[in-house]
Design a binder for this molecule. Sequence first.
Ligand code: NAY
Length: 297
Amino acid sequence: HERLSGLIAATYTPLKTNGDLNLDQIPPLVDHLLGSGVTGMYVCGSTGEGMSLSTGERKQVTGAFMQAVNRRVPVIVQVGHNSLADARDLAQHAAEVGADAVSATCPSYFKVSDVPTLVDCMADLASAAPDTPFYYYHIPSLTGSSLDIVDFMRRGGDRIGNMVGLKYTDTKLHEFLECLTIDDGRFDIVWGCDEMLLGALATGANAAIGSTYNIAAPLYRQIIDAFTRGDMNAARQHQLRSVQMIRTIYQFPFHPAMKEVLGMLGIECGPCRLPQKRLSPGDTNRLMEDLQAIDFF
Ligand code: NAY
């Protein structure tokens, strides 16, 4: 199994105005992402509203991305679900359609009791696709579970044969460092907070998964390139631009606003599903003006 590298877009799921899937928009979205330098795709995650789609819809979206990407870059499919049976079904489907890896959040309605129970959950889930690499998806801000992730990786690694890594979507660089160094770097640990990419690179990240790589991969590429050649001032300037861009978008409901930005870039992705709010036309205009004011367009 090859490690992930570079900028992996947590892809948006294009919807029609009425909220139905808009699968026809997946090939243009994929072409846009590949053209902007994205080196992998993470499908049906938080950004992709995986939790707001039915199991059947998640399979359709996964199939459409697999087809559109056509093996040009790795595709990781997020299959987390409150029902572990559904999560297993999704993992099996992802393996059948040739996903490069499966990833999953923990169940989150009932909070996972403790680390050994989390290992039980993920062992059950990952065994549904035993030949497909598995990345646990740690995102405590959304799951509400903040168990000791270092302890989980150690114990899970011993029990779950296909667990190769972790999508680390928290902001604790010291904990990220510990994860990277477990058993001399046994796991592929992928960073998940776009506004802290530079700090993650300094800590040892080799790949990052995020939402804003959908709209600004070249900017993040500049951060990586400046860091690699040791030009820290330039790297900080580029990261600051990403922080300003993200702050501008966070004035509005974040993912609905991101989908509007993609629309402005020519990739119509529609609204988000409930419970996420729609942007009013006035909000969309203000978003565009504010992004123009910071020279995003
Ligand atoms: C996913 O599964 O969609 C992700 O990769 C989530 C990563 C995002 N984090 C959260 C908490 O949603 O990309 C980040 C985030 O949107 C970005 O850093 C802006 O805050």
